[in-house]
Design a protein around this ligand. Structure first.
Ligand code: C2E
Ligand code: CA
Ligand code: CA
Length: 708
């Protein structure tokens, strides 16, 4: 179920939830409407009932008067005089301010009226001859039924509106005349107004004989209530309805309100949908910041780890760790903008290989990782070869060609390891082994010598604390003048001694020490060791000692250390040379130049090591106070046959001569090479041909005997 919900398209889910919400809303509104209407009606009903009771009371009172008047007239009969009528009117408590007048009409002609003074104009009025329709109707009805008739409201002869209660009088079973009470219409109007102050209701009160009609007529269907007025001789009926303008919550308005609220709800749903949509976009953007590399838009290291965690356990996969060869040099010599362009272009090429089963990540810098899910060994081999073939042609940036290659190490999950860190480490080791061997190729971790791997781990473990420094030793390799074969200096080369006396080459531990932040200790150790042990022969034989410096150590603290050591051992600066690789010099070029100029001002010489291995960015190097250029062994190796290689050496030497820089050939192993170097006037050389790097004691012997 949970799975199903997860799978369901979120939009569908959203629409369903919205529909449910709308339904609930609609029902609630309906219920609410009914409730409002009902409570409004209940109020109306109860107010109307009270009004009806009130009206009934009024009529009851007036009917009493009518009965009493009728009895009075019947009693007096023809003996009636105005005086007696006045006496009756004055004494009756039932005659109040609502009674406009009452009159007695023997044979239908008004003969007596009370109060007489205000009603003299009605005296003599013949009701039977009255032209008013309603009067005609009421007298007829009264005679026919013999009952009290309520009529009205009528226009009174003396003006205003009145309600008439008329009683037919029969004496000795014979029609004698009428007794009529004229009430001010206010008697009803006041009551109704009292309950209908705001005019929120509309009433229509009528008698069954239709002689009494109060209010504007409306039919039954329009009525919200119909009530009978009780205890009245006459059957009065009151119909009422709530005035539309006061009945805001009438059906029509409620319908509008429903539609309106429906649209508001839709709008809210849309807004919230839009918000969730925006949130989705936002979270996508956050995701892309967290899981994607900004420069190349490739998924990043975090994304890789996430994916690996997802598939580990259920899938087998190959992981290929790829590192661009010598990319650092391009970055250092051409600048980061070009470097970034190149990385983007390369990422674009790599991305072509991305499928549902092949994913490409940027691990960092110039390193990429490929994950091949559920692939066979051969499939991976073919794919990686194909990817590497993309590097056959140079990449082009702003009309410049960049020839670049890539080294790839491949591991298999779960065979090589079941742990992310170890998989990456092993792939990295495999990648390094191919880089050291030939570059531009790939190798499976399974196929590399695991000795190298375990050696690396052992060195790493050994460097967990600073004590490894106690096992460092320094060997010296003579530097010889080519034209006279005289030793004029030596290079100090560090080694790490194993318990069994065997030595570990700096190539294997310098990088680890750099990574662990211990390179400072090594270079300080070498300076101290060289100064302390060889000061004697240096001065005695006038030798210049060359010390390698890691790029990481070119800072003022280190300069201070050098000066301290020079002072302690009282060693002259002209005997000291520091060797730096091109890359070391080019990184942080401003501060490095400053430091090198300072060292040079002290009288210390600076040599550029492994010259030519990088991109020969001589224009950069000319900013430094360089005394020596050491031509990389790769070129010396090439002397055997490679004409281009020779050309490069020749130009390096020619240029150096022009600039007054001393040239040193590194790794000279044959007389052929030496002879050639002699012809092209290289100054000095180092190499196994003369002597391998040897311990101090051995070096002294060589100096003394000039024999290696
Ligand atoms: P490098 O400065 O280029 O040193 C020259 C390397 O070439 C040395 O390797 C040396 O033994 C080797 N070599 C010399 N002549 C020949 C030859 O004829 N044939 C062959 N195949 N090799 C030859 P080593 O001593 O293993 O040093 C490797 C690298 O370690 C050095 O390269 C240098 O970059 C670094 N290194 C050595 N000592 C130190 C040090 O005290 N501090 C720092 N930071 N780096 C050092
Ligand atoms: Ca060196
Ligand atoms: Ca070198």
């Amino acid at each position: 179920m949970v799975q199903l919900i997860k799978k369901m398209n979120q939009t569908v889910l959203f629409v369903i939830i919205s529909c449910i919400l709308i339904f609930i809303w609609w029902m609630t509104i309906d219920k609410f409407d009914n409730y409002i209407i009902e409570s409004k009606n209940i109020l109306f009903q109860s107010e109307s009932e009270n009004a009806v009771k009130h009206i009934a009371e009024v009529f009851d009172g007036k009917m009493k008067l009518s009965k009493s008047l009728k009895a009075f007239v019947e009693l007096q009969g023809d003996g009636l005089t105005q005086e007696i009528v006045d006496q009756y009117g004055n004494s009756s408590q039932l005659v109040d301010e609502n009674v406009v007048n009452f009159n007695i009409a023997p044979d239908g002609i008004i003969e007596f009226a009370y109060p007489k003074e205000e009603n003299e104009m009605v005296i003599g009025h013949n009701l039977i001859m009255d032209e008013r329709d309603i009067v005609q109707k009421d007298i007829l009805h009264a005679i026919e039924t013999g009952k009290s008739i309520i009529t009205g409201p009528v226009d009174l002869i003396k003006g205003g509106k009145g309600i008439i209660i008329r009683d037919p009088i029969f004496i000795d079973n014979e029609f004698w005349g009428f007794a009529t009470i004229v009430l001010d219409a206010k008697v009803i109007t006041d009551v109704i107004d009292n309950y209908n102050e705001l005019g929120q209701y509309q009433y229509f009160i009528s008698s069954e004989d239709n002689l009494f009609n109060y209010g504007a007529y409306f039919n039954k269907e329009e009525s919200d209530i119909i009530l009978k007025i009780p205890n009245v001789v006459l059957d009065l009926k009151i119909s009422g309805k709530i005035n539309d303008e006061f009945n805001f919550l009438n059906e029509k308005n409620i319908r509008y309100f429903k539609y309106f609220s429906f649209f508001v709800l839709l709008l809210l749903i849309y807004i919230s949908f839009d918000l969730t949509h925006t949130n989705k976009l936002l979270s996508k953007r956050v995701d892309s910041m967290i899981y994607f590399d900004k420069l190349t838009s490739l998924p990043n290291r975090r994304s890789l780890e996430k994916r690996m965690n997802e598939i580990m356990g259920s899938n087998t996969f190959y992981l290929a760790f790829a590192d661009l060869d010598d990319f650092k040099y391009i970055n250092d010599t051409q600048g980061h903008t070009i470097g970034d362009h190149l990385l983007k272009q390369i990422s674009g090429v790599l991305l072509k290989y991305s499928t549902s089963k092949v994913k490409i990540y940027r691990w960092g810098g110039d390193e990429f990782v490929f994950i091949f899910e559920n692939h066979s060994y051969d499939e991976v081999k073919n794919l990686v070869s194909k990817i590497l073939s993309e590097f056959t042609n140079p990449f082009k940036i702003e009309e410049n060609n960049f020839k670049i290659s890539m080294s790839v190490g491949i591991v298999k999950y779960p065979d090589d390891s079941e742990n992310i860190d170890d998989l990456i480490k092993s792939a990295d080791t495999a990648m390094y082994s191919i880089k050291e061997k030939c570059k531009n190729g790939f190798v499976f971790f399974n196929d590399i010598s695991t000795d190298a791997y375990y050696e690396k781990i052992a060195i790493s473990n050994r460097m967990k604390d600073k004590n490894f420094v106690n096992d460092l030793v320094v060997h010296y390799q003579p530097k010889v003048q080519i034209n006279n074969n005289k030793i004029m200096g030596m290079e100090a080369l560090v080694r790490l001694k194993n318990d069994d006396g065997t030595l570990i080459s700096p190539d294997k531990f310098i990088k680890i020490a750099e990574d662990k932040g211990y390179i400072n200790l090594i270079d300080r150790f070498v300076i101290n060791k060289v100064f302390s042990e060889s000061k004697g022969i240096i001065e005695q034989y006038g030798l210049k000692v060359s010390i390698n410096l890691s790029a990481k150590n070119i800072n003022w603290d280190f300069v201070k250390y050098i000066e301290e050591q020079m002072a302690i051992y009282n060693i002259e600066s002209r005997y000291i040379e520091f060797e730096l690789t091109e890359t070391a010099a080019i990184q942080n070029i401003e501060s490095v130049v400053e430091i090198l100029v300072y060292l040079n001002s002290l009288g210390i010489s600076i040599a550029i090591d492994d010259f030519g291995k990088g991109y020969g960015a001589l224009n950069y190097l000319l900013k430094f106070p360089i005394a020596t250029i050491k031509i990389d062994k790769e070129f010396i190796d090439d002397i055997m046959g490679n004409v281009t290689g020779n050309k490069i050496i020749e130009s390096i030497i020619e240029l150096s001569k022009n600039l007054g820089i001393v040239t040193v050939a590194e790794g000279v192993e044959s007389y052929f090479q030496l002879d050639y170097l002699k012809t092209i006037k290289c100054d000095d050389y180092q190499g196994y041909l003369y002597c391998k790097p040897v311990p101090y004691e051995k070096f002294i012997e060589i100096i003394k005997t000039r024999e290696c």
